[in-house]
Design a binder for this molecule. Sequence first.
Ligand code: HEC
Ligand code: HEC
Ligand code: HEC
Ligand code: HEC
Length: 377
Amino acid sequence: MSTTARKLNVAAALALAALVTAGCERPPVDEVQHGYRGTGMVQMYNPRVVAEQATHNVVPAAQPAAAEGGPSAGTVYQNVKVLGGLSVGEFSRTMLAITAWVAPKEQGCAYCHEGANFADDSKYTKVVARKMLQMTQKINADWKPHVQATGVTCYTCHRGKPVPEYVWFKDVDNTAAGGLGNRAGQNRSTAAINGASLPSDPFTPFLLGAEPIRFTGATALPTGNRKSIKQAEWTFALMTHMSQGLGVNCTYCHNSRAFNDWSQSPPQRAVAWHGIRMARALNNEFMVPLTEVFPADRKGPLGDVAKLNCATCHQGAYKPLYGASMLKDYVTALAAPVAAAPPPAEAVPAEGEAAPPAAAETSSTGDASPNGAGQPG
Ligand code: HEC
Ligand code: HEC
Ligand code: HEC
Ligand code: HEC
């Protein structure tokens, strides 16, 4: 090998090394204490990543308020099934808002509507959007233990795009092929779990199915605890997604000296517990039933519909949009199912009256709640 060639090789190796290390986070990294002093529960924030994140979480201006009163949309239009109780003014304002949130680019109203016939349901996007209206109302009314009064709008997930940036499909690599066993999608880098060598699809068992997530026994010896290391790996894959989806470390929700112990966990862990149940319920109640409505090119390799996980709403922030509430400007349409149109003589209900019932109890799907003793060993 000539000297020039060797020099070039060295240069190439150095360039490669620079590329490889570029993947690591360059110091300084900010530390923020999260738990009690001495517990080592510190959050690490890279100020450059935080600055970059901030630009993705700017809240768009609200549509101007609609004129009060007027006839209800249900009496004026032909085919409204969800928003019929709104005044025509508030209905039009909602149409403008969802256009800006979901299809602001060249398509506009035509993304969901066929020509000038707004009552026509032939575009699948309109059928999906109607279900999405119901899903948004459901989240805001019935999942308050998770979303609080902050709530969500279409923008929380869509951010100005018809397909949200973070959705998931079942992973082909998690199904057994030809008697060779099932490698659970491991040993390859998957973005949804931060490139970890863990099962690549923890969503199917936990955010669609209701497999148990906790595996730690209650005693030092495995008295009756039949949970395997394999099961622990699935849990760690989900946890890795949760950390990444929220842009936080494990200690945001756990004291790492005892991951299982609720009494040592920060309160955010209980919020996350509801978040897991919420994502699971939304996938089963709203996304899966839309499978037939979506065209083939919107579905995954196994023909399943796009589904949501923590990242769909959070997009790398500990609270979506860092806790800004867009719902407060759309309470009448999106905070809860809209009551049927009032009799024509009556005025349209004022914003406050359409607010969701005070203590909407969340349906938890039967498993031990965070306040309980945890999973039996
Ligand atoms: C993201 C999908 C979507 C976009 C974009 C959209 N709409 Fe709609 N539109 C709907 C849905 C869903 C309904 C039915 C609502 C219901 O059932 O309560 C509807 C119903 C309507 C109706 C009632 C028609 C009837 O007679 O039943 C009108 C009028 C309307 N939209 C106007 C507009 C206008 C104007 C725009 C653009 C500014 C727009 N929409 C953008 C989804 C959309
Ligand atoms: C919790 C997250 C979430 C919220 C909130 C949400 N969506 Fe969606 N939306 C999704 C997911 C996931 C899909 C499936 C992605 C796809 O289309 O492949 C989707 C798909 C859609 C589509 C189909 C787009 C296409 O081109 O296939 C429309 C239209 C839509 N949503 C409208 C709305 C409207 C209108 C609202 C508010 C009333 C809303 N969404 C609120 C998650 C959400
Ligand atoms: C946003 C909050 C949150 C973050 C971040 C988080 N976890 Fe969890 N973790 C939970 C919740 C909630 C549960 C219980 C889930 C359930 O029972 O449905 C749990 C359960 C666990 C368990 C099982 C405990 C048992 O009882 O067997 C382990 C282990 C665990 N997490 C490890 C981790 C690791 C490691 C990380 C970082 C990669 C992490 N967690 C990040 C909320 C979180
Ligand atoms: C439908 C949208 C949506 C989905 C899906 C979602 N969240 Fe959230 N989450 C929110 C909103 C909105 C808030 C803010 C509530 C508030 O203002 O306190 C929040 C708050 C939280 C918090 C409290 C943060 C804090 O600092 O107090 C945690 C923890 C959390 N979510 C975890 C999760 C996890 C884990 C998942 C997935 C299993 C998840 N979320 C899925 C919308 C969502």
